[in-house]
Ligand binder design. Structure first.
Ligand code: ATP
Length: 286
């Protein structure tokens, strides 16, 4: 399984609003990469470009040397799966029915599920710990349960490249660790290439060997956690004061947040009317 993702001098605008600029990024097969950056930095947009649902305004995105824009949609869907921050679910699907949609790129229009489809669905349910509520209505699940079901849907696709947008956002700490451990294991064992947008810097440090940092649409740091998660870089990206210490039992940094009022940094919340120095493009996150 090979999935070498490359962004070559990519710019992206929503209409006239520039979001990404001069983004060049190599994610070789088997990489496990975190994407960090403040709200509105362009992480979701970058992930959508990586799966081909958006096309660059300038430059191009390649998968194994082929321009993603020229790959037929079915072929793209067999190779790349995106786990979005949330997925609008219009019908009262059962968990299994929703996860089985991950097999759509493999189904013949006149044939139903085949044994390999059923196997992929059962496996995705099993490893995301969602098999035990496979027959429940998705709309009745908690946010965290639903997030694991959306991951199962993506895994049922059996992709080579897995893109995750805040995979731990609705999860309790046990499930945050379990999901990242699971994805790490899929990366190690099945060489699944992973690019994940993540806000929790300590989880990023703990699980990812490489962290790419977006700031207002540009990559401003790219390297191992110790090189990227410094007080200087974090201060410049988030405008927040932090102290970086050693993790007590892992060879990674640990980021301690400091209260803004006591350290001369921004005291207003992102998006607040009083927050005139907030350095985003404006607008909301996805
Ligand atoms: P967050 O951490 O809040 O999820 P992000 O880094 O993922 O943010 P994006 O969702 O990529 O950021 O958004 C980048 C910028 O593009 C933001 O200013 C956002 O308002 C804008 N944007 C996103 N989607 C659209 C859209 N469909 N139309 C216009 N502007 C958009």
């Amino acid at each position: 399984m090979s999935a070498n993702l490359r962004f070559i001098d990519v710019a992206f605008h929503y209409g006239s609003v520039p979001v990404l600029d001069q983004v060049s990024l190599d994610v070789p097969t088997g990489s496990f990469v975190a994407l960090i950056g403040a709200n509105g930095a362009g992480k979701t947009t970058l992930l959508n470009l990586a799966c081909g649902t958006l096309r660059p305004s300038l430059g191009h995105v390649e998968l194994d040397g082929a321009n993603l824009a020229t790959l037929p949609a079915t072929q793209r869907a067999r190779r790349v799966a995106l786990v979005p921050q949330s997925l609008p679910i219009p019908f009262a699907f059962t968990v299994r029915e929703l996860v089985s949609l991950g097999r759509t790129p493999y189904l013949h229009p006149l044939r139903g599920e085949r044994p390999d489809d059923r196997l992929a669905i059962e496996r995705a349910l099993e490893i995301t710990d969602t098999a035990r509520f496979a027959h429940r209505n998705v709309l009745e699940l908690s946010g965290g349960e639903r997030q694991r079901v959306i991951l199962a849907l993506a895994l049922a696709q059996e992709p080579d490249l897995l893109l995750l947008d805040e995979p731990t956002a609705n999860l309790d700490i046990a499930h945050q660790l379990a999901i990242l451990e699971l994805i790490r294991e899929l990366n190690r064992v099945a060489h699944l290439t992973v690019l994940a947008a993540i806000h929790d810097l300590n989880l990023a440090a703990l699980f990812f060997e490489r962290i790419v940092t977006l700031d207002r649409g540009r990559i401003i740091a790219d390297g191992p956690p110790r090189a990227v998660l410094t007080p200087e870089i974090i201060g410049s990206v988030y405008g927040s004061a932090v102290q970086v210490i050693d993790h007590p039992s892992e060879p990674v940094p640990l980021i301690a947040l400091l209260r803004p009022t006591e350290h001369g940094t921004r005291a207003t919340a992102p998006g607040s009317d009083h927050n005139h120095d907030w350095p985003r493009h404006g607008g909301t996150s996805t």
